[in-house]
Design a protein around this ligand. Sequence first.
Ligand code: IPE
Ligand code: IPE
Ligand code: MG
Length: 248
Amino acid sequence: MRQQNGQVAEITLRIPTHIAIIMDGNGRWAKARGLPRLAGHRAGTENLRRVIEACADLGVRILTIYAFSTENWRRPPEEVYGLFGLLEQMIDRELDNLDRNGVQIRHLGSLEGVPERLQRKIRMAIERTKGNSRLILCVAFNYGGRQEIVEAVRRIIADGVPPEAVNEELISRYLYTAGLPDPDLIIRTSGEMRLSNFLLWQAAYAEFYVTPVYWPDFDREELLKAIEAYSRRERRFGQISEQLAPPG
Ligand code: IPE
Ligand code: IPE
Ligand code: MG
């Protein structure tokens, strides 16, 4: 229940099956505190643990997080390698806990150019958690939506797929997200209203939610606000309201 214009509105939360988050604003969070950018990324990583737990508690089945884009290589090398270091630390510190809590880790993106040691840790984390099913955590790391499509087209051609066999379902099977449903809700923190090359194909019918809150401050309460906004949306998929089954 929430207070709205002096009235109390009841809202039944609809928990999205698949939430995808563009975790943005770490740099500005740090700057606002007179801290180096990496301190913002560290705080962002801390926050990630809380959001993963909240999603698992709420019954979200798939959580996709944008951790590093193919464009983020353009940042100063100390920031790029600082981010890689934080991901390594996150795997070292959190893997036991994630595994114990039934989280299955997947990677969306390419491992090309990524330091060997980090590559090994990522592969190990995926291998170790592949039997878990409470929450699927897809880490979009060294991920680009266009690169994903280029890579899919290359493999479709290399597999000798005849043109008449190419359809939406086939393309989906060649993406990093093969076998997973599209995101229902895409959240972007820090107020930017763009996709920044995230899940271009999969976002076709996702609901968007943008909040000015910086990622390190995006807590359970903020997540609930996003889910509440999502719960109020009418997803028409091209139809008109009258055609939709009554909610319930
Ligand atoms: C998001 O925070 C984290 C990554 C892109 C890795 P930013 O680092 O983009 O933070 P801002 O946008 O500069 O505030
Ligand atoms: C998008 O954030 C990438 C991640 C959150 C990992 P950016 O901060 O890199 O996006 P732009 O450059 O502002 O579009
Ligand atoms: Mg940013």
